[in-house]
Design a protein around this ligand. Structure first.
Ligand SMILES: Nc1ncnc2c1ncn2[C@@H]1O[C@H](COP(=O)(O)OP(=O)(O)O)[C@@H](O)[C@H]1O
Ligand code: SF4
Ligand SMILES: [Mg+2]
Length: 335
């Protein structure tokens, strides 16, 4: 990989929340890169640390109860070490973000035009007329049919899909190099989901931005991602180009996630799916393989104490000692 193509270089990022007097890592030693012009999907079950990773990148944690360590390098600067004031210049302008619930992110009392304008006032020197032109242009760009009318409306007057388009317009307003989208289509119905994903992909191609798309939906990943990082219990456990991940998954957890997609299984049966849930933050095992409690039939005594990332193919990494020999319980008798 060409180093010049790296937009965000996340190194050993650990974000811990305070619970009573102790800190517990929700993102634990994550190393990842986002490259120019790509959609990097982050997938994993609820509670595995995806949103914490997103909010760490956009610096939205309260330092009173959250500790962030490691580095997020953007244009040779470490975002983790920035003051709030420095971060305010990067957030929104160079790194845009889109969250799951546009209604709670939008101000109910402000017209759409004002909300998009706010970011332009903060980050650009455009005058009133130029800002209005840009607002209309952005609303057009995100496929809003009557931009002049929508600009004058309040959030509650718009449908969920239209509100998410407005959020995308705000995220794009300053032409960011990086966009972080956390479950941007989860709250929308399926047809609208597809439209919003198409829009994101189209905008990404046009603007050459790098997008980190967080989702628990592998259908979304298949549709739009170039590369995928799978998270489990705060760690990245597998990383690969999208086709490689879907055709040649190695980690037991990734294989289980893929097996649980009904349409990938012709008989409609969910075979070789590992049951259980992501442990809560306080109860996460901090030593040994985090996944071992979900594969109780395995004798893990010979597995690496702290499984490291193994390169199994070009650009394909897996955090599992026995990726070559792992078998599901149903497969155990098969020689
Ligand atoms: N502000 C917080 N304080 C304490 N624990 C938190 C906080 N935010 C998230 N967590 C915990 O951190 C873990 C990861 O959460 P999150 O990043 O939201 O996961 P995901 O987005 O993958 O569902 C969960 O166990 C969650 O309960
Ligand atoms: S290292 Fe061992 S316990 Fe961990 S995921 Fe791999 S097979 Fe399972
Ligand atoms: Mg989340």
């Amino acid at each position: 990989m060409n180093k010049a193509d790296i937009l965000l270089d996340i190194k050993n990022l650990t974000t811990s929340f305070r619970i009573k007097d102790d800190y517990f890592a929700a993102v634990d030693d994550v190393t990842l890169t986002l490259r120019k012009n790509e959609v990097l999907a982050i997938v994993g079950e609820s509670g595995c640390g995806k949103s914490t990773l997103a909010t760490s990148i956009v610096g939205l944690h309260n330092p009173d109860d959250t500790k962030t360590e490691g580095e997020i390098i953007y244009h040779k600067k470490n975002l983790v070490a920035m003051t709030d004031e420095q971060f305010n210049n990067v957030r929104g302008a160079e790194i845009g973000f889109i969250f799951q619930d546009p209604l709670s992110a939008l101000n109910p009392l402000m017209r759409i035009e004002q909300q998009i304008e706010e970011s332009l006032i903060y980050h650009t020197k455009l005058n009133k007329d130029a800002r209005h032109k840009r607002v209309i242009e952005l609303l057009e760009q995100v496929g809003i049919p009557n931009p002049q009318r929508t600009a004058k409306q309040f959030p509650h007057q718009l449908s969920g899909g239209m509100r998410q388009r407005v959020m995308i317009a705000i995220a794009l307003s300053c032409k960011p190099a990086v966009i972080i989208a956390d479950e941007p289509t989860t709250a929308l119905d399926v047809t609208i989901q597809a439209q919003i994903l198409d829009l994101l992909k189209e905008l990404q191609t046009e603007t050459e931005a790098g997008i980190i798309l967080i989702t628990h939906d592998l259908g979304v990943v298949a549709e739009i991602a170039d590369r995928v990082a799978v998270m489990y219990a705060g760690q990245v456990i597998e990383e690969a180009p999208v086709n490689e991940l879907f055709t040649n998954p190695k980690h037991p957890y990734t294989r289980s996630l893929l097996n649980s997609i009904p349409q990938m299984n012709v008989e409609g049966e969910k075979l070789n799916v590992i049951h259980g849930i992501v442990p809560s933050l306080k109860n996460l095992p901090r030593t040994g393989c985090r996944f071992s409690s979900r594969v109780p039939w395995l004798d893990t005594s010979s597995h690496e104490q702290e499984p490291r990332m193994h390169e199994v193919a070009p650009d394909h990494y897996v955090r599992c000692t026995c990726w070559q020999t792992f078998r599901f319980e149903e497969e155990s008798d098969v020689v």
